[in-house]
Design a protein around this ligand. Structure first.
Ligand code: PHE
Length: 335
């Protein structure tokens, strides 16, 4: 019986895990444990011896239970301390990257442009992508035999409507609805039925600007456009103004921007010229004012139509317009 106790104590002391202690408990105190069996064996003894041995065995049992409980506390604490030591958190490690969506570059530039004009007191408006011949052409002084109306350039719908080929029809709609004088911008998607290449896409984006007042000037038009360009590019940009023909303005101009993809050396984006055709603009033609319900002897206006897609290409140095509407995440992830 002395061996029972000293052996148990030695093993309990040597145990280093709670699993060890559980094994010892089973081996001594379990259903077939050594103490349990010894207690069961008492029945065969005569009453005097039974009591004496029983008392000793029960004392040993309690001592083992106490020793187990004590050791269990120590081992558990040691286990926790070991884990704390091993599983230490290093708060200086960089965090895991969080996958996060973002706006398409077109939307980013569009929001910048809208914001800029909004702060300058412009209405920001939205007009129809499906238009009629009147608003897209006739009211803009583009007669029926004008080459711009060629089937090659315009997507016609079966019901006689068409997909607007520019944002200029908004000029008529704005003149007819807004109280005069006013200034407004209307961005949107436009469509051209033409072959695509690095600088042409059948679906692209423009922003139209229109100012109507009793007296307007080309200087004022230029300053609005330069403000927009400086805002989008974050610095002054090199531009050149050329006479340009658009039936709905007189005089009309085209504004080119120094190609930022190649820095002016020549690339597919600028067709090797170093300049990118950027926007058309001019003073609103009297016929257009009339179509908008205004008396040309009373009101004047200027208008511009800028390729928003080109703004995006130049701002980010993208060399092919077809990326923009490609829906290819390898492209959009870069912004
Ligand atoms: N609508 C013309 C285009 O799509 C651009 C433009 C707008 C020109 C306004 C002059 C005035 O090319």
């Amino acid at each position: 019986m002395d061996d029972l106790w000293s052996e148990a104590r030695a093993r309990i002391e040597a145990a280093t895990t709670t699993a060890d202690l559980r094994d010892i408990e089973v081996a001594w105190l379990g259903k077939k444990g050594r103490i349990t069996l010894a207690l069961r064996g008492l029945g065969a003894l005569d009453p005097g011896e039974r009591r004496e041995r029983g008392q000793v065995l029960n004392r040993i049992k309690r001592d083992i239970e106490d020793a187990l409980a004590r050791r269990r506390d120590e081992v558990a604490r040691a286990e926790i301390e070991a884990r704390v030591r091993e599983e230490r958190v290093d708060p200086t490690l960089p965090g895991l990257p969080v996958a996060c969506g973002h706006l398409h570059p077109l939307t980013q530039v569009l929001e910048d442009v809208e914001d800029l004009f909004d702060r300058m007191g412009y209405h920001v408006m939205d007009f129809y992508e499906v238009e009629d011949e009147f608003h897209n052409f006739e009211a803009l002084n583009i007669p029926a035999d004008h080459p711009a109306r060629d089937l090659q350039d315009t997507f016609y719908l079966e019901d006689g409507h068409l997909l607007r080929t520019h944002t200029s029809p908004g000029q008529i709609r704005a003149m007819r609805t807004l109280p005069k004088p006013f200034r407004a911008v209307f961005p949107g998607r436009v469509y051209r039925f033409e072959a695509t290449d690095a600088s042409h896409e059948h679906t692209f984006h423009q922003v139209e600007g229109l100012m109507i007042d009793r007296s307007v000037s080309v200087a004022n038009l230029l300053s609005a456009m330069m403000t927009m360009l400086a805002g989008v590019f974050g610095r002054r940009v090199e531009v050149r103004l050329r006479p340009g023909y658009f039936p709905f303005v007189e005089p009309g101009f085209e504004l080119d921007v120094r190609c930022r993809v190649c820095g002016g050396r020549g690339c597919p984006m600028c067709k090797q010229s170093g300049w990118v055709e950027f926007l058309g603009c001019g003073l609103v033609h009297p016929n257009v004012l009339r179509a908008g319900g205004l008396d040309p002897s009373e009101w004047e206006g200027w208008a511009f139509g800028v390729g928003l897609s080109r703004l995006v290409l130049l701002r980010y140095g993208i060399d092919d317009i077809r990326w923009l509407m490609s829906g290819d995440v390898r492209f959009t992830r870069g912004f």
